[in-house]
Design a protein. Structure first.
Length: 115
């Protein structure tokens, strides 16, 4: 019984840490994460891959990028090199959501969320 009780606290602790680190960083709600993930899957996976490492057509590895949130937003809006602009395909809100998602999902560094 004691092991089950301790296991419960381990699982609860993991859930709380995950919630604080990933879902609340930069004011990203669970709903926004789901929406952002959908945008990423439909617009970004082709070149960056599910894990952010794909590198198709010269796409950068998102797991090692240290670019800030404002840099990522600007790049999504205006494009750069082979990366196209998404300003006519996504709203400003969607662009910011997917930029935050790329940081929280692949970088685990909330300091990059500062604009």
């Amino acid at each position: 019984m004691k092991r089950v009780f301790n296991g419960f606290y381990v699982i609860l602790s993991i859930f709380i840490i995950f919630n604080v680190l990933f879902l609340k960083c930069g004011n990203i709600s669970a709903s926004d994460v789901s929406k952002s993930e959908n945008i990423y899957r439909t617009k970004c996976v082709r070149c960056h891959g599910k894990d952010g490492k794909k590198g198709r057509k010269g796409a950068k590895d998102l797991t090692i990028s240290t670019k800030s949130l404002s840099y990522r937003i600007n790049q999504l809006k205006n494009g750069k090199g082979k990366m196209p602009s998404f300003s006519e395909r996504l709203t400003d809100e969607q662009i910011e959501m997917v930029a935050k998602y790329s940081i929280t999902q692949f970088m685990n560094d909330s300091t990059l969320l500062k604009k």
